[in-house]
Design a protein around this ligand. Structure first.
Ligand SMILES: [Zn+2]
Length: 197
């Protein structure tokens, strides 16, 4: 399948570039230090250990920064679109410090255009009938999503663009639901994506 490369509004594009660099730059710096250390001090500092163990330690030193910064995942991310085919509320028990407490989460099943079925879970949703804001943070409600809602994921952004039946859409930066008439998100001020791919 041909890869989709949707064009994002420039303010969101800048945000994506900044978020990629924020991970890539520290990762590159750490990797340079690791390679430099291995090249100059590897042999002397690890001379007590076996050659094969030494190689394993080198591999671990190189892989750990990649895992911690999430760079490979970030670079592998792709844009896709799909449709909501199921919505479920799941209750799980989570272990707290003193007791178990119940955590409800909304599990949204999405059928992607490439046929892949994926699930997204939304924690901390309230039972109120509309998406609430609490201190700038979006609280999701059970009926925020409906079967048939179109869903778009853009490379590198934190939230899905959900196009609801009433044409309102979610901000890809903070997740707040905005009426179609909004050009900018009432919550974070970023562009609301009107033209989908
Ligand atoms: Zn927003």
């Amino acid at each position: 399948m041909r890869e989709i490369k949707p064009i994002l509004p420039s303010d969101i594009q800048r945000l994506v570039i900044a978020s990629v660099l924020k991970r890539v730059i520290p990762c590159v710096i750490v990797e340079i230090v690791v390679v430099w250390y291995i090249a100059f001090f590897g042999e002397t500092s690890l001379r007590m250990v076996d050659q094969s163990v030494r190689v394993l330690i080198y591999i671990a030193l190189i892989v750990i920064p990649l895992v911690f910064t999430g760079v490979p995942l970030k670079l592998m991310d792709r844009s896709w679109k799909g449709e909501i085919i199921a919505i479920e509320v799941e209750s799980n028990f989570s272990a707290g410090l003193k007791r178990l407490y119940e955590v409800n989460q909304l599990v949204i099943t999405i059928k992607r255009d490439d046929g892949k079925i994926i699930e997204r879970s939304v924690k901390d949703f309230s039972n109120a009938s509309t998406k609430n804001m609490s201190r700038g943070k979006v609280e999701y409600a059970e009926d925020d999503y409906a079967i048939g809602d179109k869903v778009y994921h853009y490379y590198g952004v934190p939230h899905l663009l959900v196009v609801h039946a009433d044409k309102s859409r979610d901000c890809v930066v903070c997740g707040a639901n905005n009426p179609y008439s909004n050009d900018r998100c009432f919550n974070c001020g970023h562009s609301i994506i009107k033209k989908t791919f």
